[in-house]
Design a protein around this ligand. Structure first.
Ligand SMILES: C[S@@+](CC[C@H](N)C(=O)[O-])C[C@H]1O[C@@H](n2cnc3c(N)ncnc32)[C@H](O)[C@@H]1O
Length: 205
């Protein structure tokens, strides 16, 4: 069955707000995580890879996970035409699947958690996918009133309470968790604050 993301995939990058948001997210992400050329990175809910394409030149390998074939097709085309040899895509459903274990130095996820039902389970999934000392950075909406999306199909959460997000990450076993507002999206119907959540998996030593 086609998802709403399959239908919108070819138009996704044309929205100027998304381009602007990507720049805000990248700036917040880079203020928390210093990418290195020996790092293996996951982008969960990569979509057309707006975040992935900004990060890939700085790292050894990056994998974009998503459950929309339409979005992944657009990203695969970008990877091929720009010869991004260290980037790849993997179909993955965060509602059911287990991410590769003990595999990533960093996992980033932008505007995807609100599409997944069980966040506590998702945080555990992310934790087990990281190597010891690995870091994750999750960006999503703060609690909203349900007016952010024009159509709430596939929206499982109207944003998140930042304290609840911190608790979910800590209960999953993450350390050094911090959740802060990073920017605000303005739409005709209102203003929508966005948080960035940073968390670290315990190191071996
Ligand atoms: C709002 S888009 C964000 C895309 C991208 N991160 C960006 O910033 O442009 C959310 C993405 O999450 C993906 N997604 C939604 N539910 C998912 C699930 N259960 N498993 C994996 N990906 C999912 C969608 O297909 C979509 O590409």
């Amino acid at each position: 069955m086609m998802s709403r993301f399959d239908n919108i995939a070819s138009q996704w990058d044309k929205n100027p707000r998304r381009q602007w948001m990507t720049q805000q997210i990248i700036s917040a992400l880079k203020s928390k995580i210093f990418f290195r050329t020996d790092m293996i990175v996951a982008d969960l809910g990569t979509g057309t890879g707006l975040i992935l394409t900004e990060v890939y030149p700085s790292v050894k390998q990056i994998v974009g996970f998503d459950n929309s074939k339409g979005m992944l097709d657009v990203l695969s085309q970008k990877i091929q035409s720009n010869d991004m040899t260290n980037a790849s895509v993997e179909w993955f459903d965060a509602e059911k699947g287990l991410l590769p274990s003990n595999s990533f130095d960093v996992l980033v996820s932008a505007m995807t958690f609100h599409h997944v039902s069980n966040i506590s389970q998702l945080c555990s999934n992310v934790l087990q996918s990281l190597k010891p000392g690995g870091k994750c950075y999750v960006v999503d909406l703060c609690t909203e009133d349900g007016t952010f999306h024009d159509n709430n199909e596939g929206v499982k959460h109207f944003g998140f309470d930042v304290l609840q997000m911190k608790t979910w990450l800590e209960e999953a076993g993450f350390e050094n968790v911090s959740v802060e507002r990073i920017f605000e999206i303005e739409k005709p119907q209102g203003k929508y604050p966005v948080f960035g959540a940073y968390a670290q998996k315990k190191s071996l030593s």
